[in-house]
Design a binder for this molecule. Structure first.
Ligand code: MN
Length: 245
């Protein structure tokens, strides 16, 4: 098995290192990741400047671009053979509900999926790497699951609670929950008195009922959500047709 690994926290992040270490025990791996933290970059591609790749001493490749750039370049201009799987993470912090639209972690996996390759995004719930090795072992377990019976290619979004491996004994299939709208931007001044803005924190969970990713991780379970990219609101389609036609 060949696995392409990326992330959005950057190639130096502990999360991608732990994930690569675990997956190297079961597959041939290549790591191609942003050279800096690109969290929140969603599916953006860099179109206004050329990109450069560097190889670190540990064999990881870094690119001065986004997570999507990294997977895109690896698949279309670097790897001689298509990987069997694209894996992203392990992200520092959860990617649940609406987070998935902003997440560079999910985007890296999505880029693989858009090229017809099965893909999995891994995130650890809550910041701090206390149980990172547990999360990485669990990620390896999920990659080894019999996923071939899923519709191909698949795109999975996995959120792993920050708990010891022995406590990660329940893995459940979930749907995305929803958040309240984000907290307001933080408006302040730089040292020269000029106005600056910091994007504020995400909203709290709003739709966190049973069956959602929020609910599962709240119980301490590992949440696995199958994602798709077609954003069409099918229930709205007929109403719109009536308005327009
Ligand atoms: Mn991140």
């Amino acid at each position: 098995m060949k696995i392409l690994i990326s992330n959005d926290d950057g190639y130096l992040a502990p999360g991608i290192n732990a994930l690569a270490e675990q997956l190297a025990t079961i597959a041939e791996i290549v790591v191609v990741a942003p050279d800096s933290n690109r969290s929140g970059s969603s599916n953006s591609l860099t179109l206004d400047r050329p990109l450069r790749m560097q190889r670190a001493a540990n064999g990881f490749y870094s690119i001065n671009g986004t997570p999507s750039d990294c997977v895109h370049i690896a698949l279309t201009g670097m790897l001689e053979q298509r990987p069997d799987l694209v894996v992203s993470g392990i992200n520092q912090g959860q990617n649940m509900g609406d987070d998935t639209l902003y997440s560079g972690t999910v985007a890296a996996a999505t880029e693989g999926f858009l090229f017809g390759i099965q893909a999995i995004a891994f995130s650890q719930v809550n910041h701090g790497w206390a149980e990172l090795d547990s999360a990485a072992r669990l990620a390896r377990d999920i990659v080894l699951r019999k996923l071939d019976s899923l519709h191909q290619p698949f795109l999975l979004n996995v959120n792993i609670p920050n708990r010891p491996y022995a406590a990660l004994d329940r893995i459940v299939a979930t749907r995305l929950g929803k958040r309240h709208e984000s907290e307001p931007v933080i408006r302040t001044k730089d040292p020269h008195g000029n106005e600056i803005f910091w994007i504020g924190p995400v909203g709290k969970a709003k739709e966190a009922s049973e069956g959602t990713d929020f609910h599962a991780t709240e119980q301490g379970w590992v949440s696995v959500t199958p994602l798709q990219i077609d954003l069409t609101h099918n229930a709205q389609l007929e109403r719109l047709r009536q308005v327009l036609e």
